[in-house]
Design a protein around this ligand. Structure first.
Ligand code: NA7
Length: 543
């Protein structure tokens, strides 16, 4: 690489979603010359892309927001308990304006390669816009669910109707009125969009491979009194959340489900069902995510609700998950999902009984029937947690690529660093709590830790930090060991990479939770960055 032609930065951040924006804010405050690369036209990350009807957060708005600036949280008011995608995007927009972030973001620019140069302790980057960039630090803030998974179905190219993915929904919106719509996939995106598509479409056919467990969101507008009362104790709340398990406040029971009478179980599950939260049901008893028999009791409670809501018993049964413990695949929150299947214009195809044979010019042929469609929606999720990190070719020390280093599954130290890849930070990377928690809390924790670390390196004149193989091996073993105490690895989930054909099966998130993880990360830093090799001196000449 000819360094003379490259643009020089202290830090490059990839991604302008919640993590990239906060990272930029922190690095700027350290006085680092920072550039953000963003593939989209504007800020927002996942909330810029996922514009399908019904897209909404399933963490409460008060919690799904930045905590780093007390004035920001006082100035902004959410309108609903669970914010819609447009409102979250408006919030991100407000943050970008408020902190004047856009001036350091290069939009419509994708990182294509990153190559470590040991001789100068710097990364050389190239982009799809032919930019050549040289930087000391590379921070991947690419999100955990940002690389769309589009299954390859026979005949897809021949389909004459329109094909969309929920994660790449057109910005101008899509009028589905009068259309025959098919949706493949029943994870959160399918479950949120199906009720709204059903209201407009002439007909809606849902192609379901695995039914998901979903709980009612009980969403509602927030009134001024609620907002004011919350804001009055926002600081205390944020502090408590920082030291919570999941990045939201819950009151997990310490009692086994077998320690109480059936009526008491029902009462607690019913209260959790009505609470409209993602974490309530599985916190109702201490053993639901540990003991398969305990878990089955909670699972059956939800199946009983499905049977109550859905009129046709065969459809209710097809919608009832029976192949994995509840909670081991991502729980969903919905508004009217199960009741949608009572509509005359909605039908369910259970792909386990009636698989897709091929896409035709006019629709989908399954083993049993031909379904004519005008619009085919893929709600088929993402190459989660590693997909976007492995999309560019990142070549570390000794010429080894990250794809090679992670060929048998991702290996990191604290989810943030990978041996062989100095000065590379992966925000909410595999091996950190990330997707099992409120992402905003985990993002702020990882960004703060990274910024403090870089600040310390700058202060001491060090030019290079790299996780040791020993520390990484120890961390990977620990993450697996903790997961092994729970039922989580037994579900065929995207947490494990099981939704992508050929992807190595490794349980990727760290289950122990935000509080424990924060304490470990803080101890590592306080111990002089234990498990990292730090070297170099200030003033290394570049080029
Ligand atoms: P998810 O949760 O990964 O859901 C994807 C759905 O698509 C799920 O039901 C999959 O079934 C289904 N799928 C995937 N590939 C296929 C093929 N080839 N054929 C049929 N069905 C398929 O993604 P979402 O976008 O809904 O949600 C992602 C996260 O965003 C969510 O968890 C929240 O954190 C927010 P499977 O279960 O794999 O059998």
């Amino acid at each position: 690489m000819d360094d003379q032609t490259a643009e020089h930065f202290d830090a490059v951040v990839v991604g302008a979603g919640f993590s990239g924006l906060y990272m930029l804010h922190r690095l700027r405050a350290l006085g680092l010359r920072t550039l953000v690369l963003e593939a989209a036209d504007d800020v927002g990350g996942t909330w810029w892309w996922n514009r399908y009807p019904g897209a909404r957060c399933d963490i409460e708005s008060f919690d799904y927001s930045y905590s780093f600036d007390p004035e920001l949280e006082q100035d902004w008011s959410w309108s609903e308990r669970y914010a819609t995608q447009p409102e979250i995007l408006a919030y991100v927009d407000h943050v970008a304006d408020r902190f004047d972030l856009r001036r350091d973001i290069s939009f419509r620019t994708r990182l294509t390669t990153a190559t470590w140069r040991s001789e100068v302790d710097r990364w050389s980057l190239t982009t799809d816009t032919a930019r050549s960039i040289d930087t000391r630090f590379l921070i991947m803030a690419v999100g955990c669910l940002s690389r769309a998974n589009r299954p390859e179905l026979d005949g897809l190219d021949e389909f004459r109707g329109r094909i969309l993915h929920t994660g790449e929904w057109p910005h101008e919106g899509v009028d589905v009125s009068g259309l025959r719509v098919g949706v493949i996939g029943t994870g959160s995106s399918g479950i949120q969009s199906i009720p709204l598509l059903a209201e407009q479409a002439a007909s809606l056919t849902v192609f379901q491979r695995t039914p998901a467990f979903t709980l009612p969101a009980m969403n509602a507008p927030l009134d001024t009194a609620t907002i004011e009362a919350f804001k009055a104790r926002y600081r205390e709340h944020r502090e408590a959340v920082k030291h919570s398990h999941g990045g939201v406040l819950t009151s997990p029971s310490e009692e086994s489900v077998f320690a109480v009478e059936e009526a008491e179980r029902e009462r607690r599950f019913e209260a959790a069902w009505r609470s409209g939260t993602l974490f309530g049901l599985l916190s109702s008893f201490s053993d639901l995510m540990i003991d398969p028999a305990a878990n089955e009791i909670a699972a059956q409670f939800v199946r009983d609700r499905i049977a109550e809501i859905v009129h046709d018993p065969a459809t209710a049964e097809a919608l009832s998950p029976r192949t994995f413990p509840i909670g081991t695949k991502r729980l969903c929150l919905d508004t009217g999902y199960y009741a949608t299947f009572n509509r005359p214009n909605v039908s369910l195809v259970d792909l386990r009984r009636d698989p897709i044979e091929r896409v035709t010019t006019t629709g989908i042929r399954t083993s049993a029937r031909e379904i004519e469609l005008d619009l085919l929606v893929f709600a088929t999720g993402f190459d989660a947690m590693t997909g976007a990190l492995l999309a560019p070719t990142i070549t570390g020390r000794d010429g080894r690529t990250l794809r090679d280093a992670w060929a048998a599954g991702p290996r990191t130290y604290l989810g943030i660093a990978t041996a062989g890849f100095p000065n590379l930070f992966t925000i909410t990377g595999p091996g950190s709590p990330s997707v099992l928690t409120n992402m905003l809390v985990s993002i702020e924790q990882h960004v703060d830790w990274t910024a403090d670390c870089i600040g310390e390196l700058e202060r001491t004149g060090a030019t290079r930090i790299e996780a040791t193989v020993e520390a990484q091996d120890g961390w990977v073993d620990h993450v697996n060991e903790v997961a092994g105490f729970t039922l989580y690895p037994t579900g065929n989930s995207w947490y494990l990479g099981a939704n992508i054909e050929g992807k190595p099966r490794v349980f990727m998130p760290y289950i122990a939770g935000v509080e424990i993880f924060r304490a470990i990360c803080d101890e590592v830093a306080a111990g002089g960055y234990r498990g990292f090799d730090i070297s170099g001196t200030a003033g290394v000449e570049v080029g």
